[in-house]
Design a protein around this ligand. Sequence first.
Ligand SMILES: *[C@@H]1O[C@H](CO)[C@@H](O)[C@H](O)[C@H]1NC(C)=O
Length: 332
Amino acid sequence: MENKRKRCIFISFIGVMLFLFVSFYNKLISPNGSSQPVMVSPQSKLDQWEDPGPYHVAYPRNYRFIMDDTATCRNRTPFLLLMVPVAPSDVEARDTIRKTWGSEKSVLGQTVETLFILGLPGGPDHEQQQEKLHQENLQHRDLIQGRFQDTYRNLTIKTMLTLEWLSLYCTKASYYMKIDSDMLLHVPNLVKLLLDPKTPKQKYMSGLVWWHSPVIRNPFNRFYMPARVFAEPEYPPYPLGMAYVMSLDLPAKLLQMSSQIKPIYIEDAYLGMCLQRLGLAPTDPPEDTMFLVLPKHPLSNCRLSKVIAVTTESRQQMMSYWQKSKRLEAEC
Ligand SMILES: *[C@@H]1O[C@H](CO)[C@@H](O)[C@H](O)[C@H]1NC(C)=O
């Protein structure tokens, strides 16, 4: 009896030691230099935010919209809203879109509007850049700007702010597409898909769906994700970030879920995580010719007439695809 008790105490002792060792070891190997004692500078005392580290993003924080005086969704309710995340400095991309697919405002009897979403410009000339953005917005009234640093690694913040803006102002519109600025969008084909009676009006998200997207464990890859941040070998299914469309009941639902899931820097995979937590899955488009990524050859007229969104190699190519698609439409 006495022996048994001794053994029990001994085992507990070993257990506690092991626990202490593991906790300490984890601290030692965790990133952001937290192996050093944490110095609380006056600055970080004021700023209560924790450092998100390299694989998460600083969201939610109460980022404000510093520019969003567009009439879209406030005075007018479009059927389809196109939102283009774009770098503040990339006025050329915005102008190309304004001249091409962004100019299509009435399609198959439905209203379509295009807005650009951006963060704060960086660099030594950020004040001049901000002034230029104001001028640009005075002219077009199509910029939505959030108060966060606009960097590639902050893309998830941009995505989540887009959802916030939509859930605040745009719940009466039917659909929203997020589309990158280097894409060609065939607006009539998209509207046709959305008007199809088989397309759900709620809880709907579509695009080029990755059903089994492996989590990249090679630290030299741009999309590296360590197992301690995301343990499963595959992300939940999600449509590729280049172009996805969703019904406008989803932004509020996704945002609600996002408060339970720490945001990672890969924005489309993160939306997949939120979608899964909602118990939803994305929908494949009816034809796999509709969403194309990096096609090996330039699109023939036939393929162009079936596409909804395709990546392009240059602004010239985007322009010429768009002009060609307009000609093809006119012929039919
Ligand atoms: C992301 O934006 C936040 C808010 O502006 C900023 O504090 C942070 O440094 C940015 N992160 C990166 C990686 O750019």
